[in-house]
Design a protein around this ligand. Structure first.
Ligand SMILES: Nc1ncnc2c1ncn2[C@@H]1O[C@H](COP(=O)(O)OP(=O)(O)OP(=O)(O)O)[C@@H](O)[C@H]1O
Ligand SMILES: [Mg+2]
Length: 252
């Protein structure tokens, strides 16, 4: 499979009150077209930082990130914004929804920004909202919905432009198991249709559905478990067990 995203010796250092904190310490990472990869690791190990830097949301301190063969640090701000709008979808811990717009308009916005047919974009948005059980929230303000509904609205927004990759930071974190399953079903459907997924999760059952799990510790990838494609639900329990054992060996 073609390489979609790669990071080489990726470093990120935060400086707080004169103290530097090396949060990413030379991460190497490859994601293929259509691959579904999960990132696990303890709190503070640098997972969110990794997602922010490989997606160009935040600047890296050193290293290189290639997306579709293009060096993202060589892109202008405008080129990077266009790449993100057209080819990437985001579900982050801080959701960045616009408070002045209703839920539906937030989902439509990136669809309209690409200059697509408005009617088609609206139909797609409504279809996604229906599938995720939040169609009743369409006209509501962002502040008038629950955390779980907001998270699902973010998934709709991330999918609206049919991106090449979705970056998701604990997209099932605030959800009960039914809503989490709906989110996973939608993410998996997008993945089966060819969208790569790079997702952070603390949930073993969720991670067991991915092709590959990376373990991040102290700012570096300390292990990698190849699970391969999940072909049928019956395999899930076995995969979950394999992943659990692997995580325990890493002090999870
Ligand atoms: N903007 C920032 N400025 C300074 N330090 C930061 C900043 N963002 C994160 N950090 C620090 O970088 C380290 C890694 O943070 P990060 O958010 O990547 O962890 P994480 O693995 O996603 O954790 P969690 O599972 O709790 O979400 C932490 O020590 C955090 O305090
Ligand atoms: Mg995080």
């Amino acid at each position: 499979m073609e390489k979609l995203l790669s990071a080489e010796s990726l470093c990120k250092t935060y400086i707080l009150k004169g103290n530097s904190n090396n949060v990413l310490r030379g991460v190497d990472l490859d994601i293929s077209d259509g691959e579904f990869v999960c990132v696990m690791g303890p709190s503070g190990s640098g997972k969110s930082t990794l997602l922010y830097t490989v997606s160009g949301m935040d600047a890296m301190t050193s290293g290189k990130v290639l997306f579709g063969g293009r060096d993202i640090s060589a892109l202008s701000k405008k080129e990077l914004a266009k790449l993100r709008l057209n080819e990437m979808g985001f579900i982050f811990q801080q959701m960045y929804m616009l408070k002045k717009l209703c839920v539906l308009d937030n989902i439509l916005l990136p669809g309209f920004q690409t200059g697509g047919d408005r009617k088609q974009v609206k139909e797609r948005a409504e279809q996604l909202m229906r599938r995720l059980g939040i169609i009743d929230c369409a006209e509501r303000e962002i502040t008038e919905i629950s955390g779980g509904q907001l998270q699902r609205a973010c998934l709709c927004r991330a999918l609206i432009n049919a991106p090449k990759i979705i970056f998701a930071d604990e997209p099932t974190g605030a959800l009960n198991s039914k809503a989490a399953e709906e989110v996973m079903r939608e993410l998996t459907a997008a993945n089966r249709a060819g969208t790569a997924v790079l997702m952070i999760t603390h949930n073993v059952r969720v991670a067991a559905q991915s092709d590959r799990v990376l373990y991040l510790l102290d700012g570096d990838i300390q292990g990698e478990l190849q699970l391969g494609r999940l072909e049928n639900e019956a395999d899930l329990t076995k995969r979950e067990r394999t992943l659990n054992t692997w995580l325990m060996d890493r002090g999870w």
